[in-house]
Ligand binder design. Structure first.
Ligand code: SF4
Ligand code: SF4
Length: 330
């Protein structure tokens, strides 16, 4: 079994491209905030123009198409083909599994590196209570269709207090599905999560559950990735925004470097007239270099309940950058 921390690197940058915010589902923890990110659907010419903005970096850049639900976009197939033709390092579609507009018939395995499906429970009951009635069956059906057509297929499981107890059932569920990768994410307090009082997971429960389940899933030959979340006081903290290029683009033109900031108008850049321009101070970029004993400065600002202090007032642990991942594989 191989375990490694995936270090941030200038040579591995990510373009998280929200091409629309519309979705057919209304998940309890949805991170989309239409007050901040608008309700536009970008047309295909704009999508191409915005991909071109990053043309000098595209060979090191993974393009991830997201929404809302990206398959609701009638021209998603053209967008992914364009990104592939333009030689982005990899192209991924993140979907809830409904696969609108017959997307699987309009693209081939040569056009995308991964199709990633979100499932948030090992049982129909739990998943559908979070993501909506029918979404469990639809997602699993979508995965089977994707695998049958030969697409490299992965699954994303966003862990919260509502579904962590079902995570140990996932190794059995996924072992014969034919997926290549399994991504565990942690619920952030953004979008709907911030309103819904969605349950965060304690450090103890996270550490007791996640590494063990990851190892079980990896035993079936699936590569598992999960966020590190907690660092001991003596572990080195690094902010991805200072080391690598990650851009979270929304259809109203906002471009963030840190996903924890997405509920606030403190984005580093905006796209105006198809150009990436810096926003005025003060924005997220002015905060990344602040060094605090708690680790991630945005976590301390926006999610302080994740922290614990000892009797001397020192943090018991640091919160890692939300983009710092552990990877485990056979
Ligand atoms: S989390 Fe994804 S699938 Fe669920 S409502 Fe939000 S955009 Fe749609
Ligand atoms: S999550 Fe924290 S550490 Fe990571 S990019 Fe944002 S501010 Fe930096």
């Amino acid at each position: 079994m191989q375990k490694r921390t995936v270090a941030f690197s200038k040579n591995s940058s990510n373009l998280f491209f929200h091409i629309l915010t519309k979705c057919n589902l209304s998940c309890k923890h949805c991170y989309i905030n239409k007050d901040q990110h608008g309700e536009e659907t970008l047309d295909i010419e704009t999508i191409k123009n915005w991909l071109d903005i990053f043309s000098d970096k595209k060979k090191e850049m993974n393009a991830i198409f997201l929404g809302g639900e990206p398959t609701l976009h009638p021209d998603l197939s053209l967008a992914v083909k364009y990104a592939k033709k333009e030689a982005f390092k990899s192209v991924t579609i993140d979907t809830n599994g409904y696969l609108f507009h017959n997307i699987l018939d309009k693209i081939s395995c040569r056009d995308v590196d991964f199709l990633s499906f979100s499932l948030d429970g090992a049982t129909r009951e739990t998943n559908d209570s979070i993501r909506g009635k029918g979404s469990y069956d639809t997602c699993l059906e979508g995965i089977k269709r994707s695998v049958a057509k030969g697409f490299a297929t992965s699954m994303i499981y966003t862990v919260s207090g509502d579904n962590i107890d079902e995570l140990p059932m996932m190794p059995d569920l996924v072992k014969n599905l034919g997926i290549k990768r399994f991504f565990i994410q942690v619920i952030g307090i953004r979008g709907e999560s911030s309103k819904a009082n969605s349950s965060q997971v304690s450090k103890e429960k996270w550490l007791k559950t996640i590494p063990e389940v990851a190892e079980q899933i990896a035993k079936s030959g699936i590569i598992v990735t999960y966020p590190k979340v907690f660092l001991n006081r003596d572990e080195t903290f690094e902010c991805a925004a200072l080391v690598s290029d990650n851009f979270f683009i929304f259809p109203n033109g906002r471009v963030y470097q840190c996903p924890v900031c997405e509920d606030f108008p403190i984005h580093s850049f905006e796209i105006k007239n198809n150009q990436l321009v810096k926003t005025d101070k003060v924005n997220e970029n002015d905060l990344f270099s602040l060094s605090i004993p708690e680790g991630c400065v945005m976590n301390k600002l926006f999610q302080p309940d994740n922290l614990k202090y000892d009797k001397n007032g020192d943090p018991e642990y640091k919160i890692a950058c939300c983009m710092l991942k552990q990877e485990i594989s056979l």
